[in-house]
Design a protein around this ligand. Structure first.
Ligand SMILES: [Zn+2]
Length: 374
């Protein structure tokens, strides 16, 4: 990928698809700016496959600028209809840099002079540019590792939940070892923090009056305990990194088990034990339990989207991969029926989505599942 210099970014005052990025640059907020390859300016986008495909027809050696610079200068053409952006790319120490961007006429009128000796220091990437690139790449690496970690936490949590529901409905604990957070998230010397999740499920007999679960009598008391809480804090000290990991862990696991926030953010649903462990008690309807079992047993992501779900008052089934994408990437959730939906605070009395219920794998799942039946 080709990286724009900070000077190029500051000079780009128009043409942004996402104007909030322009505001961040104008305000010097480099920290909150997304990865440089995620910038929304057409001229920058046009350069992003330069390293991979430098022989594409949109890339052409700019003869005049090359002659003045004494090294190759490539002109990149934005092929979209519009103002016709042009960018100049140079390669320095193996890194491709976007060092000059203008609309077509202005580009050709100015590009050669940018490489004249008196302007060269102003045009070429500076130490600050290299530092920013380094930080953004590190950031992207950490984001990627965090995402993988979250996905693995979700996978193991669902497996533990399924084991508890299917094999140990008597309340016996199922203990799952969760992966250590990426070392980059931890302080030096605090690598490989063991995290343990204990899930136990107890059925209660309740008489449900209304809704889809009316007449059925399954209600699960689900308890989640993080054993290694105390140790995690002790090993990471009173630093914000422990809090960050705790928050990330909670926001990874809890939405999987219960998306009704109010049930786990208010006392006494969550409580700390004297040993430093943290326990959540979640009351879960049969429908919620079925949703989790379905996600535990169905991995592959759902096919092409059918758009936004029409009804908001139904329960959809979701696969594990779609759940991971929603939590780790903060995307909307794709249901097994193919519709996007927002999983917000479903009353347990909502019925199952008709479209989901027509899916082959949902039909098979419901035929075979025995959860909550007497
Ligand atoms: Zn559905």
């Amino acid at each position: 990928m080709a990286w724009p210099t900070m000077r190029v970014l500051r000079a780009l005052s128009s043409g942004w698809d996402d104007v909030s990025q322009r505001s961040l640059i104008a305000g010097g907020d480099w920290q909150n700016l997304p990865m440089l390859d995620a910038l929304s300016h057409p001229a920058i986008r046009a350069c992003q496959d330069f390293d991979a495909n430098p022989s594409l027809s949109k890339y052409e050696r700019h003869k005049e600028a090359t002659a003045v610079a004494g090294y190759p200068v490539t002109e990149a053409r934005d092929m979209r209809i519009g103002p016709g952006w042009r960018a100049a790319i140079i390669v320095k120490d193996g890194v491709s840099w976007i060092v000059h961007v203008e609309t077509h006429d202005r580009f050709h009128a100015t590009v050669a002079s940018r490489f004249a000796s008196q302007n060269l220091a102003y045009t070429e990437p500076t130490a600050d540019d290299m530092q920013l690139r380094h930080l953004k790449m590190l950031e992207a690496k950490i984001v990627g590792m965090t995402k993988s970690w979250q996905e693995e936490v979700i996978r193991r949590s669902l497996a533990a939940f399924r084991d508890a529901f299917v094999n140990h409905r008597d309340g016996q604990e199922v203990v799952a070892q969760l992966p250590s957070p990426p070392a980059e998230m931890l302080q030096p010397g605090a690598e490989n923090v063991d995290l343990e999740l204990a899930v136990s499920v107890v059925y209660e007999s309740v008489n449900v009056q209304d809704g889809a679960d009316a007449g059925t009598s399954a209600l699960a008391e689900v308890s989640i305990r993080f054993e290694s809480w105390k140790m995690l804090s002790a090993r990471l000290g009173n630093s914000s990194s422990a809090d960050g990991i705790v928050t990330l862990l909670l926001t990874t696991i809890l939405p999987v088990l219960d998306n009704r926030e109010e049930t786990w953010t208010t006392e006494p649903a969550a409580h700390y034990g004297l040993d430093g462990s943290l326990t959540f008690d979640i009351e879960m309807s049969r429908m919620r339990a079925l949703q989790l079992l379905f996600a535990a047993e169905h991995v592959g992501a759902t096919g092409p989207s059918l758009g936004q779900a029409i009804r908001a008052d139904v329960h959809h089934f979701v696969t594990q991969d779609d759940l991971k994408a929603a939590i780790a990437d903060q995307e909307p959730l794709r249901a097994a029926c193919g519709y996007w939906f927002v999983p917000a605070r479903f009353p347990d009395s909502f019925p199952l989505c008709d479209e989901c219920a027509r899916q082959e794998r949902v039909i098979r799942f419901l035929e075979q599942v025995t959860i909550g039946e007497k």
